[in-house]
Design a protein around this ligand. Structure first.
Ligand SMILES: Cc1cc2nc3c(=O)[nH]c(=O)nc-3n(C[C@H](O)[C@H](O)[C@H](O)COP(=O)(O)OP(=O)(O)OC[C@H]3O[C@@H](n4cnc5c(N)ncnc54)[C@H](O)[C@@H]3O)c2cc1C
Length: 403
C-alpha cells in the first residue's frame, strides 16, 4: 500500500510526486504513455516555455477566479524558479517574461524531473493506463493495465483532452464524476481556426505580422497583435492562438464569428493610401498584380484585388477610389470562422473539474476526502507564455506538499 498514487506523469503529476516524495511519502506515479512528460517534450517548439516571470491572475481563465487567485497566492515565479534550481535546471528569459530552460531543450526539463523523482524513491510506471478507480473506506484501489495498486491518497493529474496524440484524455473526468464531481464545459483553446473562405488555401504558408479582430454576431470582442499564418484550412499564428479561446467558446454558443485582419498594422490608413497613391506612374501598363508586389506578399495580392472589387487592371487605371478599396481590404480582410481544429490541434482545454468543489490551498476535493487534483484537469487554463505550465507546477506543488 502506497501513501499516494498519482494518475498522470505530466507536468502536474511529476511536480506533485517530487514534492510528496521529498516529504517522505511513498509515491506511485502512473502514466498511460510509454514515456513520461510527452507534452513537456514538444512544448514551446521543443524549447519548453516553462513559466513566466510575470504571473498575474488575469493571465488565467476559469469560471471561478477566486480559486485561481488563491492557488497563485504566494506561488508565483519566485516559487517555481528555486524548485527548478534545486533539480539542477537554470532558466533563460525570452520576450514578455517567458522563461525557458537555459539549454533551450524541453528534454532537459523532463530528464531532470525524472532523475529527481527516481532519486527520492518515486515509483514511476509507464504504459500503465488507469482503467478503473474505487474509493473504499479509507483507501483507493486503482486498476491499471499493469496490475492493481492501492493507496491512502490519490492525486488525479491526468490532464485534459487537448492533444490526444500526446496523451490528452477525458479519463480523469470520468473517474472524478463517478465520485460525485461536476464538470465545467471543455472547449479547445490555443488552437488554429478553420475558415469558410476557400481562397485561404491559395495563401497557405504566408505569414504576416498583423492584427486580428474578432467579431461575434457583429459585435467587436477582442483584438490580438502578432503573426497571422494562412493555412490550407484557415488561419493560425500567434495572434490567432491568442484569440482562439474566445472563438471556441463563442462557436459553442452558436455565435457567428468573423475575423477582420489588418495585414499592414504598421501603416495607418492614411499612410498606406499616400504610399500607394505616390507609387502610381501615369501611362504605366504594369499589371496591378505585379505593381502590388512592391508592397504585399505575392500570394495575398489576388485575394486583395478580388475581395476589394478593384476594377483596375494596370497601374495607370488606379485612382483614389480604387486605392481606397485596396487599402480598406488590406486593413480589414474578412474571414468567417466555421470551426476550430478541435482538441487534436489545441494546446489546452478550457473547463474541467468544477473548482468550487476543490480546496485551492491543498487541492483536496471538498467532496471526497484524500482525493486531490492538479493541473489542467481543473477548470483553469492560461494564456500562451508559460502560464499553463505554471499552473500545472504550482497546483502540483500544493497537491504534493499537503500530503
Ligand atoms: C503542442 C503543445 C505545446 C505546448 N507548449 C506549452 C508551453 O510552451 N508552455 C506552457 O505553459 N504550456 C504549453 N502547453 C500546455 C501544457 O503542455 C499543458 O498545460 C500541461 O502539460 C498540463 O499539465 P498536466 O500535468 O495537467 O497535464 P498533461 O501534461 O497532459 O499530463 C497528464 C498525463 O496524464 C496521462 N494520463 C491521462 N489519462 C491517464 C490514465 N487514465 N492513466 C494514466 N495516465 C493518464 C497522460 O498521458 C499525460 O501524460 C503546450 C501544449 C501542447 C499540446
Amino acid at each position: 500500500m502506497a501513501d499516494i498514487i498519482i494518475v498522470g506523469a505530466g507536468a502536474a503529476g511529476l511536480m506533485a510526486s517530487i514534492v510528496a516524495g521529498r516529504a517522505g511519502h511513498s509515491v506511485i506515479l502512473l502514466e498511460q504513455n510509454t514515456k513520461i512528460g510527452k507534452k513537456i517534450l514538444v512544448s514551446g517548439n521543443g524549447k519548453c516555455n516553462i513559466t513566466n516571470r510575470y504571473i498575474q491572475t488575469n493571465r488565467f481563465h476559469g469560471h471561478n477566479p477566486d480559486f485561481i487567485e488563491k492557488v497563485l497566492q504566494g506561488y508565483g515565479f519566485e516559487t517555481v524558479e528555486p524548485f527548478f534550481t534545486s533539480i539542477g535546471l537554470e532558466f533563460t528569459e525570452g520576450k514578455d517574461g517567458k522563461m525557458f530552460p537555459l539549454s533551450l531543450q524541453a528534454s532537459s526539463v523532463v530528464e531532470l524531473l525524472e532523475y529527481e523523482a527516481k532519486r527520492i524513491g518515486v515509483q514511476i510506471l509507464c504504459d500503465a493506463a488507469v482503467t478503473a478507480l474505487a474509493k473504499n473506506t479509507d483507501t483507493f484501489t486503482v486498476e491499471t493495465r499493469q496490475g492493481t495498486y492501492s493507496s491512502h491518497k490519490l492525486i488525479l493529474a491526468s490532464g485534459s483532452p487537448a492533444a490526444p496524440q500526446l496523451g490528452g484524455s477525458n479519463s480523469g473526468y470520468a473517474f472524478a464524476t463517478k465520485m460525485g464531481h461536476t464538470l465545467i464545459p471543455r472547449h479547445p483553446s490555443l488552437v488554429q481556426l478553420c475558415s469558410e473562405e476557400s481562397w485561404v488555401k491559395n495563401c497557405a504558408g504566408v505569414k504576416v505580422a498583423g492584427v486580428a479582430t474578432l467579431y461575434a454576431n457583429g459585435e467587436q470582442i477582442t483584438e490580438k497583435k502578432g503573426d497571422l499564418l494562412f493555412t490550407t484550412y484557415g488561419i493560425s499564428g500567434l495572434a490567432i492562438l491568442d484569440l482562439s479561446r474566445e472563438v471556441s467558446t463563442r462557436l459553442a454558443s452558436f455565435d457567428y464569428c468573423e475575423l477582420s485582419l489588418d495585414l499592414m498594422p504598421a501603416f495607418s490608413k492614411e499612410r498606406l493610401s499616400n504610399l500607394l497613391l505616390d507609387r502610381i506612374k501615369s501611362n504605366s501598363e504594369k499589371p496591378i498584380i505585379l505593381w502590388l508586389q512592391g508592397v504585399l506578399h505575392k500570394k495575398l495580392i489576388p485575394v486583395i484585388v478580388e475581395q476589394s472589387k478593384c476594377k483596375a487592371k494596370a497601374e495607370s487605371d488606379l485612382d483614389r477610389k480604387e486605392i481606397n478599396k485596396l487599402v480598406h481590404t488590406i486593413k480589414h480582410l474578412k474571414l468567417t470562422i466555421s470551426e476550430t481544429k478541435g482538441f487534436e490541434g489545441a494546446e489546452v482545454s478550457t473547463g474541467g473539474i468544477n473548482t468550487e468543489e476543490v480546496n485551492p490551498l491543498t487541492m483536496e476535493s471538498n467532496l471526497v476526502p484524500n482525493l486531490y487534483f492538479a493541473g489542467e484537469i481543473l477548470d483553469v487554463d492560461g494564456d500562451r507564455g508559460g502560464f499553463n505550465f505554471h499552473f500545472a507546477w504550482v497546483s502540483g506543488m500544493r497537491a504534493g506538499i499537503r500530503n
